[in-house]
Structure formats: structure tokens, C-alpha cells
Design a protein around this ligand. Structure first.
Ligand code: PLP
Length: 369
């Protein structure tokens, strides 16, 4: 076998098409609701647009390669992937652990939809995940957790879940498959929003589940067929079109985040900084064992809400937006959405701009010291 490829080569190879003479290197999307079905055939692969689509299959195969999974099921959004997966695996009577410090709509769904249907929902922060997992049937972990960037020791968590037969799901949105490989660390399933870094252009929503358990994958395909939260062919194609640059984009975003975190760490206008790649960050020891790159998000606390608003107003490069992972650097004041963080807490998502430009822009936008 040849040596393992680097991240950009893997990103490009993930969308390889078959070398058929005359066929396009980059096939177009196939929007289709209905397909021709020969009168005497009962099991054509493509029959109806809620069951299959050739563009999904190309995307699912590329994502499976990147996540190290045997199969991927795509959905209309990250939340469609999360909720379809939880509906499929969290049976009435089971105990489900969800992050108290992760993406807020995941715990909202668990409390508002699953708990009334007989699921015992337990919240745990990154630091309590391993303890909470000892009594759980399904564990949903998110690491690094959005927005405060604590991390969960995935190998240790898997060692607790596996002997008990508890299912371990990891939300890999913030890290991307190039930042960490939860399946290789012992997770049963990965779920992610492709809306963020993976597609990376702030222009679509998409989500997926990756794994290697055929019975769960089949249930998810059934869940998608019956639930109907399918990814449109054009959006699937836009994600496909974004994959080859994932390596390049993510490398630059991680480089920008590391530089900005280092600069902000000693900036007099900044109360505190979290970035798993900073050597003195509380997350660093675990992050450096399980992450291949530390990601493009830096969390900071400034002197109150107004200081965050001023930062966005004074900057030429940062846009105010409640998403992350795009090519533009962006800022989100998370208290606005009810996250349990201080009013001056801001999640900075570093884009692909030049590092020196971002450093001087942010320094200037924070105001004279
Ligand atoms: C955004 C996000 C989701 C939800 O994804 P959508 O594509 O917005 O539905 C789930 N998990 C995490 C960690 C996220 O950041």
C-alpha cells in the first residue's frame, strides 16, 4: 500500500470520478423526483427522489472516505441528521446523555421531543461526560464543544460505553474529519453539520451520519425515506464541490485561529481566550492526543456585550454571523441565543484570509489600549 495521503490530497480524492473516456471529471448534479423504471424490473436502484439520488451517493462515498466509515447517510441539515439519528436509536425507556455545553438545539430537541416520549434525558458537560456515560444507553458527545471549546476524552469515553453496550455518537461538526476521527477513537457513529466548515461557504445547510454498523445505517436510510428530510441534489452537489478545497481551507483556518488565539491571549482588551491548540489551554492535553488539527474557532470573553458589538463594527474583515467555518472570518455573541456564557463571550470563526491581515485588523478593531 502507498503511504497515507495528506489532507488536501484526501480531500481531492474524496470526489474522484470513474475515468470513463468522455465522461466529465466533475459530474453535474442530478435533480430527479422520478426515474424511468422498466416494466419488468422491481428493484432499480434509482426509483424515487426521496429514496435515492446519484449525487447523494457520490457525496456519501466521499464523506465516508474522509470519516473512515463504511457508510454515510446525508440529510437536509445538521439538525435533520441529529434528530433522525436520535429517533432511530433512542428508544422509549432508554437513558440518553446530551451535552450541556454543546450545540443548544440538540439538548432542546432531547427535552422537548424525546423526554415526553419516554426517554430519560441527562445533561452533562464535557468534564462530566465519562461519569454520566456509566448509566447511559446512548451517549451523544460533542468535542470540541460549541461554543466554549472544552473537549471530551473520546478514547476513555469509548472504553466506558463499549463494554456496557452503550451507543456512542460524536458530533464532529467543529473538528471536521480532518481535525479528528471519532470512529477510529472508538465512537460508533459520527453526526455532523456540513453547513459549517465542511461545506464552508455560508451558502447551504446539510448534515450527515457516518458509521460502520449496517443495522443503524439501514434504520437511518429508512428514517430519511419516511421522515423525508432529504438533501436537495443541488445542495448535495455544492457540498461535493466544496470538498476538494476542505484540506486547503481547514489548514488556513487552523493556522489563523492559532495565530489569533496567541495574539488575543495577551491582549489587554480580552478577559480570557479558549483554543484547544494553545499549550496552556485546559483542553490542550486531551486535544493534542486525539486531534490532528485544533480547528478554526477561537472563543473569547470581552468586557460585555457592547465590546463584542464594537469589535464587529470596527473590523473590516470580521462579519457578524451565527455560523462558523466559512471562508469569511465571523463573530457570534452567543449569549444572544441563550447559550450559558457571559454577555461578552464571542465565538470567533477564522476564515481563509491572510493571517497577518487578520491579526492587524482584530488588534485595531479591539480599540486603543
Ligand atoms: C450547527 C450545528 C449543528 C446543527 O447543524 P445545522 O446544519 O444548522 O442544522 C449541530 N451540531 C453542531 C455542533 C453545530 O455547530
Amino acid at each position: 500500500m502507498s503511504a497515507p495521503y495528506g489532507d488536501s490530497t484526501r480531500s481531492v480524492k474524496a470526489v474522484d470520478s470513474e475515468a470513463i473516456p468522455g465522461a466529465p471529471i466533475a459530474p453535474s448534479p442530478t435533480p430527479a423526483a422520478a426515474y424511468h423504471i422498466p416494466a419488468d424490473e422491481d428493484d432499480t436502484l434509482d426509483s424515487y427522489g426521496r429514496r435515492h439520488n446519484p449525487t447523494w451517493r457520490r457525496l456519501e462515498s466521499g464523506l465516508a472516505q474522509l470519516e473512515g466509515a463504511s457508510a454515510v447517510v446525508t440529510f437536509a441539515s445538521g439538525m435533520a441528521a441529529v434528530t433522525s439519528l436520535l429517533r432511530a436509536v433512542a428508544e422509549p425507556g432508554c437513558t440518553l446523555v446530551v451535552p450541556s455545553d454543546g450545540y443548544y438545539q440538540v439538548r432542546a430537541y432531547a427535552h422537548e421531543y424525546l423526554a415526553p416520549r419516554g426517554v430519560t434525558v441527562v445533561e452533562a458537560g464535557c468534564a462530566q461526560m465519562c461519569d454520566a456515560a456509566r448509566d447511559a444507553d446512548v451517549v451523544f458527545a460533542e468535542t470540541p464543544a460549541n461554543p466554549a471549546l472544552d473537549v471530551v476524552d473520546l478514547h476513555r469515553l469509548a472504553m466506558i460505553c463499549r463494554p456496557r453496550g452503550a451507543l456512542l455518537i460524536v458530533d464532529n461538526t467543529t473538528a471536521t474529519p480532518l481535525g479528528q476521527q471519532p470512529l477510529a477513537l472508538g465512537a460508533d457513529l459520527v453526526v455532523a453539520s456540513a453547513t459549517k466548515t465542511l461545506a464552508g461557504h455560508h451558502d447551504l445547510l446539510a448534515g450527515y451520519v457516518a458509521g460502520s454498523r449496517p443495522e443503524v445505517i439501514e434504520r437511518l436510510q429508512r428514517e430519511r425515506l419516511l421522515g423525508g428530510s432529504i438533501l436537495g441534489a443541488f445542495d448535495a452537489w455544492l457540498v461535493l464541490r466544496s470538498l476538494p478545497t476542505l484540506g486547503l481551507r481547514f489548514e488556513r483556518q487552523c493556522q489563523n485561529a492559532a495565530a489569533v488565539a496567541l495574539m488575543l491571549r495577551s491582549h489587554p482588551r480580552v478577559r480570557s481566550v479558549r483554543y484547544p491548540g494553545l499549550p496552556d489551554d485546559p483542553s490542550h492535553p486531551i486535544a493534542s492526543r486525539q486531534m490532528r488539527r485544533f480547528g478554526g474557532i477561537v472563543s473569547v470573553e470581552l468586557d460585555g456585550a457592547q465590546a463584542v458589538h464594537d469589535l464587529v463594527r470596527n473590523s473590516d474583515l470580521l462579519v457578524g454571523a451565527t455560523s462558523f467555518g466559512g471562508i469569511h472570518s465571523s463573530v457570534d455573541r452567543r449569549a444572544r441565543w441563550g447559550d450559558p456564557v457571559p454577555a461578552g463571550f464571542a465565538r470567533l470563526s477564522m476564515g481563509i484570509e491572510d493571517t497577518e491581515d487578520l491579526l492587524s485588523d482584530i488588534d485595531r478593531a479591539l480599540g486603543p489600549v
